[in-house]
Design a protein around this ligand. Structure first.
Ligand code: B12
Ligand code: SF4
Ligand code: SF4
Length: 380
């Protein structure tokens, strides 16, 4: 078999099934990544969402014993909301990051990888493959970088010249020796916009992220959000796009190739107040299909409360009082109490004092106290 010719057939087929960019690399060890992962672990910069076994992450033969090459795929996603609903004084809205618009990208990319696997198996019946998207062991970015999909930007993203960084990544390890592509030159140059704009200083230096400070990470945590970040998350309900929206390469990049990825504006930019009391069933029906729902509704509700505090939305006061008194989840009760203080309507003082008397959870009590202090600070 002519390897180059077969590779070209695979490339041609990938276009037919809606893969926007494809690249090939060897299944050799990811030497540089290994050092990087060890450093990140030692510094406490990892998020905890990634595979913890570093050897597995950098050694494709541990995942597919006869691994010879890796096919990297990228699918471009939309960056602009058509007919974006306006956030009004009566109905403030939050925002989901672009990677959570439309149908969960894991489903979309797995569909493309399954189609590609079927194609390969038709041509080479005993070919071995192992595909993954996001939740697999490999670093999707390190694979994409080595396969020439894009360069590794100072904001950590893989940036393609064609689609910018608004691409999802996935890959397939195979035992077929596809000839490798060449990595791309770094094109960030002297630009530092992403580093300068990051609201929390999470990009500690070019290409190095302290996850514990990154808003994308913080919006996905389930506990109380540390005080220092409460005013920084703004109206973000899930994820953060700031270091990408500012990137000059992304300017004007907005691709609508995949109907599944079309966002429903009412979900991508939802009204905040209805999120506070949404039932489990309603949540599943409305948000269950998006990637941003994977941690359940609690973190999103906590973020919605913080977003209402960010807007100082007085129309949310009644709902927040109800949460402080009635919600069974300490994180929600406490965050709501803090938000009431931040919004600063003096009449809530009595409600907060009453809640304090009833409250059994020490952390929530602390939050109510913070709320009361904020109220007093607002008065003086
Ligand atoms: C854990 C994780 C997170 C964590 C940590 C992110 C991070 N920067 O490490 C959190 C929750 C914060 C996060 C946030 C986001 N994520 Co995320 N995340 C992952 C996950 C599961 C693992 C990433 C990982 O292992 N990071 C560890 C670092 C050390 O390695 P790496 O970034 O993978 O690899 C690079 C570095 O190692 C670097 N490197 C290696 N050696 C050296 C040496 C030097 C000197 C330097 C400078 C760099 C360097 O080169 C590699 C290639 O770029 C991947 C999926 C996967 N399985 O890979 C998705 C993934 C990286 N996430 C993705 C996305 C879309 C996001 C968000 C944009 C979502 C959002 N809008 O909120 C943000 C972006 C935040 C940011 N600035 O990075 C996409 C990225 C697509 C792209 N075009 O790059 C991925 C690939 C998911 C996917 N399959 O599409 N994510
Ligand atoms: S995603 Fe947001 S918080 Fe995280 S590095 Fe980028 S700008 Fe900073
Ligand atoms: S903003 Fe500038 S430095 Fe950051 S990733 Fe984009 S081009 Fe690179």
């Amino acid at each position: 078999m002519n390897f180059e010719q077969f590779k070209q057939e695979v490339i041609d087929y990938s276009k037919e099934i809606g893969i926007d960019k494809i690249g090939f690399t060897s299944a050799g060890l990811f030497e540089e990544l290994k050092q990087r992962l060890i450093t990140q672990q030692q510094l406490g910069y990892q998020s905890g969402f990634e595979e913890s076994d570093i050897e597995k992450r950098v050694t494709p033969v541990k995942l597919l014993p006869k691994a010879s090459s890796i096919i990297s795929i990228a699918l471009a996603y939309p960056s602009k909301l058509k007919d974006a609903p306006k956030s009004t004084k009566e109905d403030r809205r939050g925002i989901f990051c672009r990677a959570s618009w439309g149908e969960d990208y894991h489903t979309v990319l797995r569909d493309r990888l399954t189609k590609l696997e079927n194609f390969l198996k038709q041509r080479i019946p005993d070919i071995q493959t192992k595909s993954m998207v996001d939740t697999g062991e490999l670093s999707d970015r390190a694979v994409a970088e080595r396969a020439g999909i894009g360069w590794s930007g100072k904001n950590c993203s893989i940036i393609t010249p064609e689609f910018g960084s608004y691409v999802y990544l996935g890959e397939m390890i195979t035992n077929f020796p596809f000839p490798p592509d060449q990595p791309m030159e770094d094109q960030c140059g002297s630009c530092r916009k992403c580093l300068d704009v990051c609201p929390t200083g999470a990009l500690v230096q070019p290409g190095q992220l302290d996850s514990s400070k990154c808003i994308a990470f913080l919006t996905q945590t389930k506990g109380f959000l540390a005080d220092e970040y409460r005013t920084k998350i703004g109206n973000r309900i899930y994820g953060c796009d700031t270091c990408q929206t500012v990137c000059p390469v992304n300017k004007g990049k907005d691709f609508h190739f995949h109907p599944e990825m079309e966002p429903d504006p009412e979900i991508a930019k939802p009204k905040l107040k209805p999120l506070l009391n949404i039932s489990n069933r309603e949540f599943k029906e409305k948000y269950g299909h998006i990637s941003g729902s994977w941690r359940g509704k609690k973190p999103l509700q906590r973020n919605a409360i913080l977003a209402l505090a960010h807007f100082k939305d007085k129309t949310a006061v009644d709902d927040l009082i109800q949460l402080v008194h009635q919600d069974p989840r300490p994180v929600i009760r406490g965050t709501a109490a803090w938000a009431l203080g931040k919004i600063g309507v003096t009449s809530v003082e009595a409600e907060l004092l009453e809640a304090y008397e009833k409250e059994k959870d020490e952390q929530v009590k602390e939050e109510i106290q913070k709320g009361l202090e904020l109220l007093h600070n607002n008065l003086t």
